[in-house]
Design a protein around this ligand. Sequence first.
Ligand SMILES: [Zn+2]
Length: 217
Amino acid sequence: MGISHYFRCCLNCGSLFPLKNRFLCRLCWAQALTDQAKKRVRRQINRKNYEAVVLWDWVPDKNNALSSYLSALKGWGGPEEWEALARLLIQQRFKLSLEWTQQSIIVPAPSVRKPKEDHAFQLALAIGKILDIQVLPALEKCSFSLRKEHQRGRSKSQRELLQVKKRENFSQLYLQDYKVIFVDDVLTTGGTAAASLGALSPMKSHEIWCLAQRALL
Ligand SMILES: [Zn+2]
């Protein structure tokens, strides 16, 4: 076994560190975590309020440690990595005095790729495993084949609302009796989350969980 089995090179500062399941050394990881300022964020999309549980506030040009960490996840986040993040997110959620019900279902953010290759799905799976809740990759993103007249004169968030639908094998899915936990890695405008909840409606209630909230500059 080579040295890479025991040590990793920190993506932010380059120092070697003896951990298998982190992309950042202890110091840089702590630095990333200090930006864990908000527990809940509120976003308004088309005059509707959406709240989300988030781990990090992410300002791409300011927080370099977090930026390299999040881009590393896109390429090669392994199961241990997703599990560690799932635990952090669950901790964050249960700090809130929000009602919890085991009658919940986790739905990862829609992707254009196969669900198994997608990082929102990997994160959702890890959360589902820890909480013993079913994970349904029920949504997909329609490609930009929407007809031009549907796009014209609409804002970006309005267009996003048109771009999420249930996968064919989930078209009969009814969630009236369930709380839906929508899981994504990065929340930007919130348009995808809003569109996804729209596509899953009606449901009993919902929560949005994500790793980072990207600042809108
Ligand atoms: Zn480092």
